[in-house]
Design a protein around this ligand. Structure first.
Ligand code: ARG
Length: 424
C-alpha cells in the first residue's frame, strides 16, 4: 500500500511526499552497544527508519533524496526528561508574576522550536501552569508549530506553601498554585484532574527547592502516606511519576513510595543510592543549571535567598552525581531548561562527563534510558529498523568530544528534516 502510494506520488511529481530519505555520514552511534559504525547509511521511509547500518550493506535506491553529512556522527534524537517550555529563563522571582498564562504559552511556542533545533526531539515537560503544556503538545502534534515530542505533567502537585506552590505574595492575595493538594484524597483528586486534562505523567514536589521562596531545600514536604496515595493513583491509571526531591528523607520516601524518577536528587546518601538501585528508580540530575543560576540568576530576578540555597546545593549535587554513576544507578538526562535558556540543554553533557560519566553513558542517559523511562523504547531512543525517524547529526565524534552535541548539524523528527547542514 505504501509502495503504491509512493509510486503514485512520484508520478504526480511530489517525490518528497513519498517519504524516502537517505542520510549518510562517516559515523553512526549504536547507543545500545556503544559501537560506532563507520561509513553509515540510514534509510527513512515516511516517519520510520527502514534500514540503518554500514554502507557496504545498504543500497540507496536511485532518485532517493540523500543528505551526505561527511565527517559527522548520526545519533538518535536527544531526549531531555526535565524541561519547562513555558518558563522564560530571563524572568524569575517577582518578574515572573507579571507573566500571564497566555503569554507563558506563547513563550512556550518559541522554546519548543529552540529545543527541537538544538537536537532534542523529545522532552518531558515536568510542570506548567493551566495545562499550557498540553496545548503546546497538541499544537506540535497537529503540525501547527514546530517542536519536540512532548510528554507532559500539567501543573505540578505539592503541599500548601511548598516548592510547587507560589509563595511570593502575602496572605491578603490568597494566591495558591493550581497543583496544591494536601492529604491523600485531595492528592488523588488532583491526580485525576491532571489526567482528565491531558497529563501523560504526574510531577510532584517531595521536598523544598532552590527557587521557591521560603522553602528549605532539604526539608521533606509530602509525607510518605501522601506520596504513596499519589503514586498508587497515578500507576493505577498507567501514568509514571516524577518527583522533585533535593532532601535526603524526601528522596528516600519517594523511592519507597514507588516513584519512577527522582528529579535533582541533590542530597543523596548511600542508603538512597542503594534504594534507587534496588527499586530501579531513575535519577534525573540537573548538574549544569547551577552555573546559570549563580552566574546570571540575580539579573534574571532570582531571589537572594535562592542564590544562597544554590550555593549550598550545587556542589553537593555534582559530588553525589558522581557517586550515583559509580554505583550504577539508572540515569536520565534532565536539564531543568526554563530555569536556564532553552536550546542550551546540551551544555549539560560536558558536565555529566566531567562529573563521572563516559560520553557514551551521558548520551545513553539522553536517548535509550530516557526512552525506557517513558516506556517508549519500542519506538524511540535508538537508530534501529522500525523505530520512529528521530535522528540528529553532529560534527566529528561525540564519544571523543562530547561538547560537539552543543552544535547539532542536522535534525530529523518523525521523518521530517527540521534542520539541515546546508541551510543553518
Ligand atoms: N527547580 C529547581 C529548584 O528550584 C532548580 C534547582 C537547580 N539547582 C541545582 N543545583 N540543580 O529546586
Amino acid at each position: 500500500m505504501r509502495l503504491f502510494a509512493c509510486f503514485y506520488l512520484l508520478l504526480t511529481a511530489f517525490p518528497a511526499w513519498c517519504g524516502s530519505l537517505a542520510l549518510t555520514a562517516d559515523r553512526m552511534l549504536d547507543v545500545k552497544s556503544g559501537e560506532v559504525i563507520t561509513d553509515a547509511i540510514v534509510m527513512i521511509d515516511g516517519n520510520i527508519i527502514s534500514q540503518a547500518g554500514p554502507a557496504t550493506q545498504i543500497a540507496i535506491p536511485e532518485g532517493t533524496r540523500t543528505i551526505n553529512l561527511g565527517d559527522a556522527t548520526l545519533l538518535p534524537g536527544l531526549m531531555d526528561m526535565h524541561v519547562h517550555l513555558t518558563s522564560d529563563a530571563a524572568l524569575h522571582g517577582y518578574k515572573r508574576l507579571a507573566v500571564s498564562l497566555p503569554r507563558a504559552t506563547i513563550t512556550g511556542v518559541k522554546h519548543a522550536r529552540a529545543t527541537l533545533n538544538a537536537g532534542f526531539t523529545t522532552v518531558r515537560n515536568v510542570g506548567a501552569p493551566g495545562f499550557a503544556d498540553v496545548a503546546l503538545k497538541n499544537a506540535i502534534r497537529a503540525g501547527d508549530i514546530s517542536g519536540p515530542r512532548m510528554f507532559v505533567a500539567g501543573p505540578s502537585l505539592g503541599v500548601t506553601g511548598g516548592h510547587c506552590d507560589n509563595n511570593l505574595l502575602p496572605y491578603d492575595y490568597h494566591d495558591s498554585s493550581e497543583g496544591v493538594a494536601d492529604g491523600p484524597w485531595e492528592i488523588r483528586k488532583a491526580v485525576r484532574r491532571n489526567i482528565k486534562y491531558g497529563a501523560d505523567l504526574i510531577k510532584f514536589c517531595a521536598t523544598g527547592g532552590v527557587l521557591s521562596k521560603g522553602t528549605r531545600v532539604g526539608a521533606q514536604q509530602y509525607t510518605l502516606e501522601e506520596m504513596q496515595a499519589l503514586v498508587e493513583e497515578a500507576h493505577l491509571r498507567g501514568l509514571t511519576v516524577a518527583t522533585h526531591a533535593h532532601g535526603t528523607s524526601g528522596i528516600k520516601q519517594a523511592i519507597q513510595a514507588g516513584v519512577d524518577s527522582v528529579e535533582h536528587a541533590s542530597l543523596l546518601d548511600d542508603e538512597a543510592i542503594a534504594m534507587a538501585l534496588e527499586k530501579g528508580t531513575y535519577l534525573s540530575m540537573d548538574i549544569y543549571v547551577t552555573e546559570y543560576i549563580l552566574g546570571e540568576g540575580a539579573k534574571a530576578g532570582i531571589l537572594e535567598e535562592s542564590l544562597a540555597k544554590e550555593r549550598t546545593v550545587g556542589k553537593t549535587q555534582r559530588e553525589n552525581f558522581r557517586k550515583a554513576v559509580e554505583a550504577g544507578v539508572k540515569m536520565v538526562f534532565g536539564s531543568d531548561a526554563g530555569v536556564y535558556p532553552h536550546g542550551n540543554n546540551a551544555k549539560q553533557f560536558a558536565r555529566m562527563v566531567k562529573f563521572g560519566m563516559t560520553p557514551l553513558q551521558a548520551i545513553q542517559a539522553a536517548t535509550i534510558n530516557a526512552a525506557t523511562l517513558l516506556k517508549q523504547n519500542a519506538t524511540l531512543g535508538s537508530i534501529e529498523d522500525g523505530k520512529l525517524a528521530d535522528i540528529i547529526a553532529v560534527s566529528g565524534n561525540p564519544l571523543s568530544q562530547v561538547n560537539t552535541l552543543e552544535n547539532v548539524l542536522l535534525v530529523v523528527k518523525d521523518g521530517q528534516v527540521i534542520k539541515h547542514p546546508d541551510k543553518r
